[in-house]
Design a protein around this ligand. Structure first.
Ligand code: SF4
Length: 414
């Protein structure tokens, strides 16, 4: 097996549970979760956010169940939701019971603030009767005070012990339909806690860096923690916790899994070169226009926007489709082979047109339909650009000469 395919194959074995129709653990694809930010009692508002989250890539959505009106809202939301719904419960065990009554597909309990053993057993027993799974959602910020004292803080051992104690209470009523999370806002702490949890339990793990904050820092923290663990084969379902529109969480979750090769590409993957002195166009502007024009078309292909025809088609030869600029023209390429040359002003429109044809007809058919002479024209433009710009494309030599002249002049004047 190649090292590349090991990443998706070498998942740590876990048992499998089901949240509604979504399998978690036991070799199932890693799933994406997010959480609504609306009041759950606002049925239409919450449903419209759930639909947006599902469209952005969420497989499961969590809603808070913090009061009776929220539980009543769930009773209306669950039957109309396109994805399974998990009720998030803190402090009040009766809210967990009410959510079960509302028909949710899963519960999340926080052992740090729902502490009475008889209440925990009651919820587990009721969930067991209804075959509804529970996530033991340990959080470093709300760790049980007794564990905090015993371990001298929210250590990885303390977080895992909190989950173990809850599991033992569940076991007393014969309930084991469980996934576990041991989240922290500190990335190193979260990584160590999940590694320990993975050695300790064979239950599926729900990954997350909690309270990660607004993007981009929140995205970086979430990615640092979750990608590290996923690359080690740890994690069965994930959630970004961002201080942002939750649609961003769902989108990022999906993109992370696709980027790591853990889920097939569902939508567009637009790549673009970082631009340099050779760029013949405003790469950022063209990439943005291409993204906007292609995004809503739901095409599951990789598209490249490259600043020059000198290196672009070669550098992006893995992309399904791409465009490279040169000499006021757009050079359209498929898998690195130039298939069409269009005026620069038409390059985004031509890219969109070719993307749709590529999805409809396939790569081989579009390569066969390549315009005669396109490759020769691109090669001529490439050579002309190389001659015109030479090797010092950033004009660094000229700049250095200018700097030396300025410094010398200043020395003379002083
Ligand atoms: S494709 Fe061309 S413009 Fe873009 S980074 Fe590479 S050499 Fe520079």
């Amino acid at each position: 097996m190649s090292r590349l395919s090991q990443l998706s194959a070498a998942r740590r074995p876990t048992r499998q549970i089901h949240v509604g129709s979504v399998a978690i653990g036991g070799g199932a694809p890693v799933s994406v979760q997010s959480m609504t930010t609306t009041k759950t009692a606002d049925v239409e508002g919450t449903l419209s956010q759930i639909y947006a989250l599902a469209a952005a890539g969420a497989d499961i959505v969590r809603c808070t169940c913090n009061e009776e009106q929220a539980a009543e809202g769930l009773a209306h939301i669950v039957p109309r939701s396109p994805v399974p719904i998990v009720a998030d419960v803190h402090f009040h065990h009766e809210m967990a019971l009410a959510a079960l009554e509302a028909g949710v597909h899963g519960l999340r309990l926080n052992p740090g603030n729902l502490r009475k053993p008889q209440e925990i057993r009651m919820v587990a027993s009721e969930a067991g009767d209804r075959r509804i799974p529970i996530r033991i959602g340990v959080n470093a910020g709300s760790l049980h005070p007794e564990l905090y004292k015993r371990y001298g803080g929210a250590t990885p051992e303390a977080l895992v012990e909190s989950a173990r104690v809850e599991l033992a209470l569940f076991a007393e009523v014969g309930f084991d339909d469980v996934k576990i999370s041991v989240k922290a806002s500190s990335v190193p702490l979260m990584i160590e806690a999940y590694r320990l949890a993975s050695e300790t339990f064979d239950h599926p793990l729900h990954l997350g860096v909690t309270e990660a904050g607004p993007p981009p820092a929140g995205l970086v923290k979430g990615t640092a923690g979750m990608a590290t663990l996923l690359a080690e084969g740890i994690g069965d379902t994930i959630r970004y916790s961002l201080t942002a529109d939750p649609v961003e969480e769902a989108r990022a979750g999906r993109q992370l899994l696709e980027a790591m090769g853990l889920r097939p590409r569902k939508g567009l993957d637009l790549i673009a070169c970082p631009s340099c002195g050779r760029a013949e166009i405003d790469v950022i502007g063209v990439a943005k226009s291409a993204q906007e024009a292609l995004e809503d078309r739901n095409l599951a292909i990789q598209v490249a926007v490259m600043g020059c025809v000198v290196n672009g088609p070669g550098e992006a030869r893995e992309a399904d489709l791409g465009i490279a600029a040169g000499r006021k023209k757009g050079h359209l390429f498929i898998k690195g082979r130039i298939v069409r040359v269009v005026p620069e002003d038409d390059m985004v429109a031509a890219l969109v047109e070719e993307a749709e044809k590529l999805v409809a007809e396939g790569i081989e058919a579009r390569l066969a339909a390549a315009e005669a002479g396109a490759e020769a024209e691109a090669e001529a433009d490439r050579r002309a650009l190389l001659e015109a710009r030479g090797s010092d494309v950033n004009q660094a030599g000229e700049k250095v000469a200018l700097i030396r002249k300025t410094v010398e002049a200043q020395h003379r004047d002083s």
